[in-house]
Design a protein around this ligand. Structure first.
Ligand code: ITT
Length: 235
């Protein structure tokens, strides 16, 4: 569902404060909100002010961060955005998942590739299935005490080597599955109307990544959620 700018501005002020230490996430959220005429600013907090809990799901982490960040908003009507994301590799039972930051900082992209070294095939479709993974994101938006939650996923596979220097984090090892014209991911044996043609997110750049992105999907889901609530509440 496309949310029009007027409807969006109706619920939003023209600035969203994003609590993140990751400039790549900030840049991607900015692309999304710019389409709606909304500016995204980074919410600066003192060092150590936010403690990321060790939780078993992305939503709990994002909610805990919202609670802690509220005190740092510039004014009472400000809107706060928090997002927690991770890479879930099927053959590793979803690892690194909620441990993605830790895994990225310790074993890095090369380490993930090493963990999947034994999963190879001459057949490219089978190789993609063996190395299947998805990015998941949960976005939480706080506005005047109301909390909206959106979830997004991007399915794909892990490349056999690091490719590209665009983006951030696991982008250089993640190849998204093609999408059909409705934006749904296709099985790897099918060609879609939207494709990176085997390139990783690290090769295609932020604008192309955005069209597949778990981050964009989570934000779209959040806004749809808000609209559903509004229609249930009535005029
Ligand atoms: P925050 O301050 O917003 O928490 P972060 O970098 O810790 O920033 P996450 O916890 O959401 O962000 O992400 C966990 C890890 O997954 C981290 O190493 C990210 O670089 C990586 N990651 C998240 N989204 C990604 C994406 O879209 N592309 C590549 N890597 C991503």
């Amino acid at each position: 569902m496309v949310i029009g700018r007027r409807l969006f501005v109706d619920i939003m002020s023209d600035t969203v404060w994003f609590l993140t230490s990751n400039p790549g996430k900030l840049a991607e959220a900015s692309v999304h909100f710019a389409e709606l005429g909304i500016e995204v600013k980074c919410l600066e907090v003192p060092d150590g002010a936010i403690v990321e809990p060790q939780a078993s799901d992305l939503e709990s982490v994002a909610r805990a961060k919202i609670e802690q960040a509220l005190n740092h908003l510039p004014h009472d009507n400000a809107m706060l955005l928090v997002e927690d994301a991770g890479l879930f590799v099927t053959a590793l039972d979803g690892f690194p998942g909620v441990y993605s930051s830790y895994a990225y900082d310790t074993i890095g992209n090369q380490g993930v590739i090493r963990l999947l070294e034994h999963l190879q095939s001459e057949d490219p479709v089978r190789a993609k299935r063996l190395r299947a993974a998805s990015f998941k994101a949960v976005s939480v938006l706080w506005k005047n005490g109301e909390v909206l939650i959106g979830r997004g996923e991007c399915q794909g596979s892990i490349a056999s080597q690091i490719q590209g220097a665009e983006g951030f984090g696991f982008d250089p090892i993640f190849i998204p599955y093609d999408l059909d014209e409705d934006g749904h991911p296709l099985d790897p044996e099918n060609l879609g109307s939207l494709s990176t043609h085997g390139q990783t997110f690290g090769e295609v750049g932020v604008e192309v990544k955005h069209r597949f992105s778990h981050r964009k999907r989570a934000l779209d889901d959040l806004l749809n959620e808000w609209q559903n609530q509004r229609s249930q509440d009535g005029p």
